[in-house]
Design a protein around this ligand. Sequence first.
Ligand code: PEP
Length: 249
Amino acid sequence: MRRKIIAGNWKMNGTLAETEALIRALVAGASNNDRAQVVICPPFTALETASRLLASSHIALGGQDMSPHEKGAYTGDISAAMLLTVGATYVILGHSERRQYHAESDQLINAKAGQALAAGLTPIICVGETLDEREGGRTETVVGKQLDGTLAGFAADNLKKIIIAYEPVWAIGTGRTATPEMAEAVHCFVRGKLVALDRTAAETVPLLYGGSVNAKNAAGLLSQPNIDGALVGGASLKADEFIAIIKAA
Ligand code: PEP
């Protein structure tokens, strides 16, 4: 039985004052939940503050991206070691906004994931098709190619340590959610791809759904057999909404 994971992606939101207010509300409302692993991913600048405020809770912390390099002359980048040093244990990689606005390729995401795993961070690797691709009947081709590229060369030991988030691009921030059945169909496809790589790892890898998850639709999505959690954007910035999603898990 895979434990549910609810991860909040704050994106470029969260001054220190906002971080403190939101985390205090989350800790009060959800920190004693032990049925789901809750992860929040604030911007880099808020990680240390978040880590301090989460110290005595079960809520874990993640970065929203990281460098594929260990250290050195990469202005503006953040390394795996830097994330670990401020208390992060997860990192989101290959979010569609990184792919779209920073031209991130599957090859680059693969290198980042390798670096994250080597350092001991759990990568949450995002895949998902655009509306054109879905309407053109190419969802499985696109998601399959993203999985082949981002997971290339990973041995079973490493596969067991990753999380995959299926996030259809057309559902992110649009209020348009995949139905539980649509999401489950792609999650089954992803699970099948993992089985082809390593059957044992495939059974344990958590598959999260992301794309306009909210307090109303969470329970339906999370009741699907292959939906092991959610990656939540907008709704993770509202304490009540995010706590309701955690409770639905
Ligand atoms: C996301 O950015 O990962 C996301 C799923 O956003 P939203 O929940 O706002 O659609």
